[in-house]
Write a protein that binds this ligand. Sequence first.
Ligand code: CMC
Length: 378
Amino acid sequence: ITETEIKKGLAGVVVDYTAVSKVNPDTNSLLYRGYPVQDLAAGKSFEEVALLLWNGELPSQIELTEFIATERAGRALDAGVKAAIDLLPLDCHPMDVGRTAVSVIGARHALANDSSREAELIKAKELFAAFPAVVAYDQRRRRGLDIVEPREDLDYSQNFLWMTFGEEAVPDVVDAFRVSMVLYAEHSFNASTFTARVITSTLSDLHSAVTGAIGALKGPLHGGANEAVMHTFHEIGIDKDESREDAAARAKAWMEDALAAKKKVMGFGHRVYKHGDSRVPTMKAALDRMIEHYGRHEMLGLYDGLEAAMDEAKGIKPNLDYPAGPTYHLMGFDTEMFTPLFIASRIVGWTAHIMEQRASNALIRPLSAYNGPEQRSF
Ligand code: CMC
């Protein structure tokens, strides 16, 4: 095997078909089951988008009503899951809490090892409904606050924010949150989705695949980037009273130093998109609305300063995590909770891919080129 035959990082390797989403880097576009993601973000609820990704078509009114009822009935934090979370130290990473919670949910599920499409869809919908309570409870316990029970009169995004903050969020905030959920839901064969498919390909169960996917998502080269973006903002320093221009100038200087030191700056670059991430304009518009709502123009200064300096120096564009991080910060989430929010959304894409992998399975088992010592004896 020659050096060029080795596809390090599987870059450019096409491993299977998928009908779930289409990423087109040439036109910077992303389609979920044929629909442009920006159109879905403009006009559809996250619940409708979830049904679209699972079923291939947007739901009828009856299907949607039925799903909404199931989702609202399945939101409460299960006592066994809560007990497991309570065993975890407050200083462990919230991604570890999310990963453990999904594993516990799987171990306690009556259909855990039933891989029929019907059972997989039930488990996917239940996980979609149950996961927000994991994030909300974990956020609250880290702040020394009591759990807030879900409310069936609220939609998914309203209720997520309600359970986290114990107050009703205003419509603008709810909408920015919904947009982030829609945009994070699916993105073809990214590292975590591929992980889920690898696990599924061994005929393992859905919760194992999602648990593994969460492990892959945690890393800063993937989902952990939304958290890392906020660490960058904090490292530069956020000063609410600073002007937008001054914040931008400091951010620009920080970026120049970082690039001179050959640092990788999280929230920029993408394996597939080389001219910009299709999801960024929609998420940036949501961030802009949050900046207006909270009156935090210095955050926009930091955002613009980093973006401009990166573009000038390397021509590298932001990815979705770049506008998502500050958006979640403004909403009031702790920085470490950002990637668990990504889980809540990506559960949809992962489970859609798990079902697709099952439907035409082949064990995923690549080869390696050995470069250790020749055969020897001891
Ligand atoms: N900061 C500085 N330089 C960068 C960055 C960055 N964020 N991204 C790429 N580069 C440079 C890199 O140093 C390399 O330069 P050179 O050729 O001079 O060595 C060149 O661009 C190619 O980069 P690469 O890492 O070989 O490209 P890749 O396709 O393997 O990387 C990536 C894709 C996402 C891992 C990378 O861009 C990166 O590490 N970005 C930061 C992490 C991040 O934001 N991840 C989120 C990804 S998208 C959303 C998600 O999944 O959550």
